[in-house]
Every structure is written in C-alpha cells, then in structure tokens.
Design a protein around this ligand. Structure first.
Ligand SMILES: *Cc1c(COP(=O)(O)O)cnc(C)c1O
Length: 425
C-alpha cells in the first residue's frame, strides 16, 4: 500500500532537480517559505544587477543614455520585447515592453474594438479580474455604449472555472471582441487558448488574452494560435519587481494600423524626433506605446529574462507541474480531514502555475501561516493560493509548508486571527 509522502521523498526530488541551481540566483529568505511568486516574484541577483546597470547609464551618460551605453534607452522596450518573444511564441516585432496590464488593455480595446450596428458587444467572463472589467467598461462608455448591455459575461457553472462549450455558446453574432485570461487568477485554470481563438475567428470575433498568470509559468504559441492581442505584467512569474513595466503582443496581421491611443513613442523611430503633428506609427507592436518608457521599472526584466533564457520555459513548466502535482498529493495525504477543497483543475493541460484551496476560514488560515513564516496568497472571500516558483521553490519547502498548514489546522491556530482580509489580499 502506498503510504503518505515522507519528507525524505521531497529531499530526494530536490537532489534530482536539474533547475535547483537557480535558487542561488534569487534573494530567498531562508527563514520563510515564499509561495506568493504568482503575486510578486522575488528579486534575482541578475535583476538587481540590470537595475544598477541602467542607473549607471543615467549616472554616466545623462541625456546621451538614450542612444549610448550597453542598453540605449531609446530602443530598450523593443530589446526587451525581443527577449520576451520566445516565452509567448511570438515574433520579436509582435512584442513590446510597455505600460501595465490595465493601461495596455485600454490601448488594445481602444485599438481593436470597432463596433458597428450589429457587432458591438464585448465578451468577458464573470470570474475576470476587476481591473480588466473596468477597462472594458470605460472603453464601452467612451464609445457611447452602456456596459450593462454591451459587456457580456460568460457564466461559470461551478463558480471557479470556465467551460469551453459555455465559452463557445456565449459567442453570439453581436460579439465584436472577447477578452479572457489565459489562466484564471483565482482557480488557476488554464484555458484552451488555441481552441477559443479558432472558434472565435470563425465568428469574426477579435480575441485578446490577459497573460498575467501564465507568462513565465506556461509556454505559449500566440502567433501560431492566431491570438489577436495579449497583455501581461512582469511582476508576477516574471520576477521583475513591484510595478515593473508590463508588455503587450499584437499579431503581425494587425501591424501597420493606427493605434486607438496615439503617443509619440509609438512613432517610427526615425520619424519620432521630426516632431511633426502627423503621427507616423511604427510598423510593429511598438506602435502601441504611448509615452516615454519607464526605463528604471523595465530594467529588472533584462536580468530576469536572461534567467528564463538559460533555464528554458519548457523545463520550468515541467518542474512547475511536478511541484503542483507534489502539492496536490501532499494535500490529499495530509489535509483531507480539515475541510479544504481544491478548486484548481487536476489535468495538466488545464492548470497554470498555482494551486487554489477553498476554505471558509481562508483569511485566518493565511494569517496563521504567515505567522509561521509560510507566505501564501489570500483572495477574498475564501481562497488560499500557493504558487511554487520553479526557479527557487524546493520540494522540501513544499513539504514543510503543507506540514505547517496541517499543524495550523490540527491545533486550530487560525482561531487566533480574525477571518477578514487585510488591506492587501
Ligand atoms: C495582476 C493582474 C492585473 C493587474 O493589472 P495592473 O494594471 O498590472 O495593475 C490585472 N489583471 C489580472 C488578470 C491580473 O492577474
């Protein structure tokens, strides 16, 4: 009979782990178990160095830093886009590092939502992230539509995940655009992007994805799948720091159009400083930039991307799945009696990088875990998310985290805390 997983098994898995050397690249607090890399990834030494390098270029070159030095600022967003492209299966011209998810969404909707008399609804889902919904609402309002009638939400049958048939059923003749997450931020469900795009395009619907919870966690083939546009942040699995500059993807088939929101950094590079009042957009995704790039907030990404290049996205995904499988087994072995419900899909092809557990005492459990130096992620009202980061989380830490959680439950340590959320999560 198969017994419960023992700590020895975790130590063994760490020994066999080909990516374990990357842990040394990060500032991991040895006194804590950090399982919140899906909200804010940890700092790597390379990200730190890249940031200091860019500061030095300011120190050493002043205004000439735009064109001088190892990483000229004028083309830095494009250079980072090129290095990001392999992570999402894009050509380098299809990617630019700029803005935040929300500001990039505003740009994408302003550019690609072209309502007419019959096709004028935007389809999202009822589990979508609030900021994405707000962006849709204001873009509809700017076009004179009422979000109450023009923003349609795909219902979730179980309150945690979406169903492909339900998504297809929700695409109707009046749908102009669909905006969905690649991985749902709560349950961690990975949607079948390729199938959704294929179907939506048969209905002439523009499809955009928010990759917040999949970039750096899951490989993508955005170009091949024909995704029209995508947006993401770089502070979650990409480990590029609080407020680190985000990114966007625009499929080649849409290049050469005038963006919905124009700004001088969207200009053709050679024309930008002609200072003409007629806008000449870049002929690639760079056209969707608006103002001066946030060089210092983009800098960490340079170091971070070199780690992705070295470790390889496929190897990271493989380890991530192995680690979430390991957690699921630990949860089954040790946590079943305590009323947790796993809401993350168990099938690999439907799972992102984190595991989500539902529990009525989730808020107080998270506080008790933090007190024991395990850093989870709480999402109101009743969800605990655990994200092993394949770059720096060890199997032993996963074992210890679940062991500590069992102790919190067994000794009812969570009862010492109020079951309400703090200001942040
Ligand atoms: C993290 C996250 C955001 C945050 O948007 P910002 O503009 O970067 O603050 C938006 N949407 C989703 C789905 C997220 O997970």
């Amino acid at each position: 009979m198969k017994g419960r997983i023992k700590k020895e098994a975790a130590i063994q898995l760490d020994r066999q782990d080909e990516l374990r050397k990357f842990r040394e690249e990060f500032y991991v607090q040895e006194s804590q178990i950090y399982l919140d890399g899906n909200s804010l990834g940890l700092l790597s030494k390379r990200a730190e160095k890249a940031t200091l390098d860019l500061l030095s270029s300011w120190k050493n070159y002043g205004i000439d830093g735009w064109t001088e030095g190892e990483h000229p600022w004028f083309t830095f967003s494009e250079a980072l886009g090129e290095k990001t492209a392999p992570l999402i299966g894009a050509a380098k011209e299809e990617v630019i590092v700029t803005g935040s998810i929300t500001s990039n969404l505003h740009q994408m909707i302003a550019s690609f939502y072209k309502p007419d008399k019959t096709k004028n609804k935007i389809l999202a889902d009822e589990l979508n992230f609030p900021s994405d919904i707000y962006a849709i609402q204001s873009q509809l309002e700017l076009k004179g539509y009422d979000p109450a009638s023009h923003l349609k939400k795909i219902p979730s049958l179980n309150g945690q995940t979406l169903d492909l048939d339900q998504i297809k059923k929700s695409i109707t003749d009046d749908t102009a655009m669909i905006l969905l997450p690649s991985v749902l931020y709560r349950s961690g469900q990975l949607l079948p992007i390729k199938e959704i795009v294929e179907y939506a395009h048969t209905k002439s619907v523009i499809v955009g994805f928010d990759l917040a919870h999949s970039i750096g966690a899951v490989p993508h083939q955005l170009h091949e799948w024909g995704v029209d546009f995508a947006v993401w942040c770089n502070y979650k699995y990409m480990n590029s720091g609080p407020g680190g500059t985000g990114g966007l993807f625009v499929h080649k088939k849409h290049h050469g159009k005038i963006p919905g929101l124009k700004g001088w950094f969207g200009s053709q590079k050679e024309k930008q400083f002609d200072m003409e009042h007629t806008f000449s957009p870049a002929d690639d995704a760079g056209a969707y930039q608006i103002g001066t790039p946030h060089i210092l907030s983009s800098a960490p990404l340079l170091g971070s991307l070199s780690l992705f290049e070295e470790a390889g996205m496929n190897g990271l995904r493989e380890k991530s799945l192995k680690q979430t499988d390991f957690m699921l087994q630990l949860i089954e072995d040790y946590l079943l009696p305590y009323g947790f419900k796993v809401v993350t899909p168990l099938v690999h092809s439907e799972r992102g990088g984190h595991i989500a557990l539902e529990h009525p005492e989730a808020a107080s459990i998270c506080k008790a875990l933090k007190n024991q130096r395990v850093i989870p992620d709480f999402r109101a009202p009743n969800l605990i998310r655990f994200a092993p980061a394949p770059f720096y989380t060890s199997y032993e830490e996963l074992f210890d985290a679940i062991h500590i959680l069992q102790e919190v439950m067994e000794k009812k340590l969570y009862q010492l805390y109020k079951n309400t959320r703090n200001v942040i999560a």
